[in-house]
Design a protein around this ligand. Structure first.
Ligand code: SF4
Ligand code: SF4
Length: 132
């Protein structure tokens, strides 16, 4: 058990290093906002790619990092080609490893395991589950 915890600690540190390597290069120009579907829908700077990059620079790992479809549009638009979607995926890993994953996310995973779909609709569970 202690070994697993040590392994998790290493994974978390590695993930945080990867995140920092990406977001520390962000010059906060905001060019990535134009194509972000989440920003275009919510019209809130906090959920823009720049807002999330700034949050990650300050090691603010919380529900904000789930406000992203991982569509990669910000990476395409960024003049530095910063892989912010990868940083956001890693931040989700940090939350999960530190036991701070959102309840909604945990419920979704349970539903997928039990019913084969994210919303928990009873039905036939597929033989295999696939993930991107
Ligand atoms: S990957 Fe996330 S932050 Fe980047 S444009 Fe898509 S939704 Fe926005
Ligand atoms: S992620 Fe790229 S485009 Fe977006 S604010 Fe940072 S440097 Fe600018």
């Amino acid at each position: 058990m202690a070994r697993k915890t040590e392994q998790e600690k290493i994974e978390m540190e590695n993930a945080m290093e990867e995140i920092a390597e990406i977001v520390e290069k962000c010059v906060e120009c905001g060019l990535c906002k134009a194509l972000c579907p989440v920003f275009k829908t919510m019209l809130n700077e906090l959920v823009s790619p720049r807002g999330k990059a700034i949050a990650l620079k300050h090691k603010a790992y919380h529900e904000l990092i789930y406000k992203c479809t991982l569509c990669m549009a910000c990476k395409q638009k960024c003049p530095l080609h910063l892989d912010l979607p990868h940083a956001l995926r890693k931040a989700r890993q940090v939350l999960a490893l530190s036991g701070k994953e959102l309840k909604a996310n945990k419920d979704m995973l349970k539903n997928i395991e039990k019913y084969g779909n994210a919303i928990g609709k009873p039905g036939e569970k597929p033989e295999k589950l696939f993930c991107c």
